[in-house]
Design a protein around this ligand. Structure first.
Ligand SMILES: Nc1ncnc2c1ncn2[C@@H]1O[C@H](COP(=O)(O)OP(=O)(O)OP(=O)(O)O)[C@@H](O)[C@H]1O
Ligand SMILES: [Mg+2]
Length: 356
């Protein structure tokens, strides 16, 4: 069992506020992703969980016990960083053994050997065991870093952008392997990234952070289809959700730019209310009889799909369409949206009116 709970965690570094009242519940065995832009407070959150940073206010609970004053060793968590903190002059085996040979551990040489062999096998680096670390590729080094965490058999793995220094292909491979590792070990993972695709593809749960606050926690599906506000709406999805200012007239959305009138279903705003309408690019419909008129500003080919940028009334609207569609820059288009997919946000606060 390794549930983790952060309760009202705040942390300042001099004049900089890194965390503002963060509450998080992470369940035993969960793959929890913290997603946020640079400076959002992701690393600080991990370091607070690891016991490397003491919060100014709030409590860290591990397995229901108040661990706020426990040191890092007592917490039994392992941290994997973006930069591999390996000993370059040691072999892979030497690096993997290192955490097991510290004075606070009491492993026999047989136990050490067994753990190292098992970790190496899990990460498919057995053939590298006797190589010097300085001669490894980036991907191999990151496997060794992960291996160093595994040998200790911790109850929690904390990973701070472990894949971001790798090239795209290797990142894809290691993503899949990390998910498998999580599945095989059954341990709790807290994984930090600023890459929304990584967050969506890896997380059981995603916590979206902004400016030291946890904005929303949910499954990837909840974060994608029920964003709490326009910030979360923009944080996931490529291209991001279209956000169009306008107002509601009965069951018609009147878009400010261009005055397009588009139908909506079961509006969650009041008649006449100013609304920021949210629609995902895949829910924009291109059809000859669609109600709004525009012009194709750009076409990006992505293999199975194309991403259109439509210029309409001075606004750019993204639509994803089948790659088969014959359409080019400057072509006139008629567009609409799937009325049941439209989200309603408050233009002032950005809050999703359908959830409040
Ligand atoms: N040791 C420190 N001293 C001073 N300010 C700090 C320190 N650590 C973090 N901060 C500040 O706290 C805020 C949050 O930093 P943090 O490193 O947690 O962000 P992050 O989400 O991990 O960002 P990144 O994606 O760039 O790694 C930032 O404004 C940062 O400058
Ligand atoms: Mg960071």
């Amino acid at each position: 069992m390794a549930d983790i709970a952060l309760e009202g965690i705040s942390k300042k570094f001099g004049p900089n506020t890194a965390l503002r009242g963060v509450d998080i519940d992470i369940k035993d065995g969960e793959f929890f992703v913290l997603l946020g832009q640079t400076g959002a407070g992701k690393t600080t959150t991990l370091r607070v969980i690891a016991g490397l940073e003491k919060p100014d206010t709030g409590r860290v609970m591990i397995e229901g016990q108040d661990a706020t004053n426990w040191n890092a060793a007592e917490r039994d968590v392992a941290l994997v960083l973006q930069q591999y903190s390996l000993y370059p002059r040691l072999t892979v085996r030497g690096n993997l053994e290192f955490p097991l040979k510290s004075k606070t551990q009491n492993f026999t040489p047989e136990e050490i050997n067994e753990r190292v062999e098992r970790a190496a096998e899990t990460l498919q680096i057995t053939r590298l065991l006797d190589r010097k670390v300085e001669r490894l590729s980036g991907g191999e080094m990151q496997r060794v870093s992960i291996g160093r965490a595994i040998v200790r058999n911790p109850r929690v793995f904390l990973m701070d952008e472990p894949l971001s220094a790798l090239d795209a292909n290797l990142r894809d491979v290691l993503r899949v392997e990390l998910k498998k590792l999580h599945h095989d070990l059954g341990a709790t993972f807290v994984f930090v990234t600023h890459d929304q695709v990584e967050a969506m593809s890896m997380g059981d749960k995603i916590g979206v952070m902004n400016k030291g606050k946890l904005v929303q926690v949910g499954t990837p599906d909840e974060i994608y289809s029920k964003p709490l506000n326009t910030f979360v709406a923009r944080s996931v999805g490529t291209p991001p959700m279209n956000l169009l200012d306008g107002k509601l007239e009965g069951d018609v959305a009147v878009i400010e730019a261009g005055g397009h009138r588009l139908p909506v279903n079961e509006p969650t705003a009041k008649d006449g209310q100013a609304v920021c309408f949210g629609i995902r690019p895949e829910d924009v419909v291109i059809a000859p009889d669609a109600p709004a008129k525009g012009r194709v500003f750009d076409v990006e080919n992505h293999g199975v799909i194309k991403i259109l940028t439509i210029e309409a009334g001075g606004e750019h609207i993204h639509a994803t369409v089948s790659a088969q569609m014959k359409i080019g820059i400057d072509d006139p288009v008629n567009f609409g949206w799937k009325p049941e997919k439209v989200l309603f946000f408050d233009p002032q606060t950005g809050l999703n009116l359908g959830l409040s």
